[in-house]
Write a protein that binds this ligand. Structure first.
Ligand code: 5GP
Ligand code: ZN
Length: 111
């Protein structure tokens, strides 16, 4: 499948991997929207959040997001974990992923 995150997760193309588990990788976003901008990516392909019913995997994504946020030093200052879904959600890469944003005030609006 021609999917950039499948390729990064498998190592076929390079990503800045900052954390790895058996089922997930955490990479730096190539176009960061904040000083800390990480992506938690399952190695297995799910197009969107709507396509994944794996409770353990979804739980692990949040646990790993918290761990990566700590490692990136944004646990005390704070961060945001976001899963953009489909068009109105602003999803551009159709492989499930969670953004972790921090090291600047993420002010105000949710959208
Ligand atoms: P979405 O808009 O789907 O929620 O987020 C996709 C994110 O993936 C964007 O923030 C974009 O900058 C990032 N991205 C797209 N292609 C690549 C890539 O090849 N490498 C990395 N590290 N990030 C990517
Ligand atoms: Zn994929």
């Amino acid at each position: 499948m021609d999917c950039v995150f499948c390729k990064i997760a498998s190592g076929e193309i390079k990503g800045t991997v900052v954390h790895k588990t058996e089922r997930l990788v955490v990479i730096k976003d190539i176009n960061p929207q904040a000083p800390v901008h990480l992506l938690v990516i399952p190695k297995k392909h799910y197009s969107t959040l709507l396509d994944c019913a794996d409770k353990e995997l979804l739980g692990e994504m949040l646990l790993v997001a918290a761990k990566a946020a700590k490692e990136a030093g944004v646990d005390e200052s704070g961060f945001r974990a976001v899963v953009n879904t489909n068009e109105d959600g602003g999803q551009t890469v159709f492989h499930l992923h969670m953004h972790i944003l921090g090291k600047r005030p993420l002010n105000g609006k949710m959208g």
